[in-house]
Design a binder for this molecule. Structure first.
Ligand SMILES: Nc1nc2c(ncn2[C@@H]2O[C@H](COP(=O)(O)OP(=O)(O)OP(=O)(O)O)[C@@H](O)[C@H]2O)c(=O)[nH]1
Length: 338
């Protein structure tokens, strides 16, 4: 079987610095041989003109429309086609794919397409979602636009851009505001498109357990306060449509049949509103933990570790949700008790 092609999704609201970042990213040795798929709204694709890629032919432009709604099938088709379109004498001319979404894209359905389309999932391996957040306008944008909150909520890595500007909000405030939306993502800086590229190179969204990334860092588990004490200025869920993260711990080992029943019920009832979920579970009878990881109702195959990463044997679950009250999830998690 051919190794799957690493795929990265770059998102962030309009003007948040995606293209600036991409232009620098493709200059790094690790990402130099990337194929870039750009999706612009409107008929004239400015981004295409802005890309300063060394090989112009390696930038593929999707037709106008937004990949998250009208042209999801175009994205699938493009991903299937590029492998032979960009091959010479049977060898493909790129080793990674970077997809830049429009600033208005809701990335959840795009992720869904990347994970659910079997032809894509066979060929590509989603390594990570990188979301740019503008340090000057970011918080007001996040408050006003649901899509911007979704972009932050599904991120594996959030890059705060424009910290060089005097109007930039302090990093600590931005981080406090973003944490309730996404306690799992790493948060770092990107200044004029420059970032710590290792953070992107190390992303491993799909199969964290099989990578070198230590499990603790993959499942960075910081119990969340039920109601984070934030000043109104830092609260982002002002307009209904609340995106909220919750975490739970369970002391007792879980019987496997209960886990299966619980997951099926949860996904059937609330699948579309579970933006992300990660859990490390103590299942009865297994020497190491079971790790599960999903986006909406799609779950990567559960992975069993041969041993626990540390002395803590509690099951830990983190959910990033849309309009799900905490009590409902808390009740649901109780189903896992023996
Ligand atoms: N001062 C400063 N300006 C930045 C930084 N990052 C991006 N910019 C500027 O912000 C503007 C928007 O950046 P883009 O990279 O085009 O943003 P985008 O997210 O691709 O924008 P859309 O395509 O509209 O969604 C440009 O004028 C960039 O030069 C930064 O870190 N600092």
């Amino acid at each position: 079987m051919q190794p799957r092609i690493p795929l990265y999704l770059l998102t962030g609201f309009l003007g948040s610095g995606k293209t600036t970042l991409l232009n620098q990213l493709v200059k790094t040795s690790e990402f130099a041989n990337s194929l870039v798929i750009i999706n612009e709204l409107g008929s004239t694709s400015l981004d295409h003109l802005l890309m300063t890629h060394s090989q112009e032919e390696q930038v593929v432009e999707l037709a106008s429309g937004c990949i998250c709604c009208t042209i999801r099938s175009d994205l699938s088709k493009t991903l299937r086609d590029i492998v032979w379109r960009f091959s010479r004498q049977g060898r493909k001319q790129f080793d990674r794919v970077l997809i830049e979404t429009t600033g208005l894209a809701d990335p959840a359905p795009v992720l869904h397409t990347l994970m659910a389309d079997p032809k894509i999932a066979d060929q590509y391996r989603l390594h990570g979602v990188v979301t740019c957040v503008d340090s000057v306008n970011g918080l007001s944008t996040l408050r006003e636009h649901f899509e911007a909150r979704q972009q932050a909520a599904v991120a594996d890595l959030i890059l705060l851009t424009k910290q060089d500007l005097p109007e930039a909000m302090p990093v600590a405030d931005l981080t406090s505001a973003l944490r309730p939306l996404n306690p799992l993502a790493q948060i770092a800086l990107a200044e004029q498109g420059q970032a710590d590229w290792q953070l992107i190179g190390q992303l491993d969204h799909a199969e964290p357990v099989q990578s070198d990334t230590p499990l603790q860092s993959w499942l960075r588990f910081t119990p969340l306060a039920d109601e984070p004490q934030l000043t109104p200025e830092l609260q982002l869920n002002a307009h209904g449509d609340a995106i909220q993260a919750y975490s739970f711990e369970l002391a007792e080992p879980i019987p496997m049949p209960k886990f299966e029943l619980w997951l099926n019920e949860l996904l059937a009832l609330k699948g579309p509103d579970l933006l992300r979920m990660k859990a490390i579970l103590h299942i009865q009878g297994f020497p190491g933990p079971m790790v599960i990881h999903g986006v909406q109702h799609l779950f990567h195959p559960a992975a069993f570790l041969t041993q626990w990463p540390n002395a803590d044997r509690q099951s830990k679950l983190v959910f990033i949700t849309r309009n799900i009250p905490r009590e409902l999830l808390a009740q649901s998690v109780q189903m896992l008790r023996p």
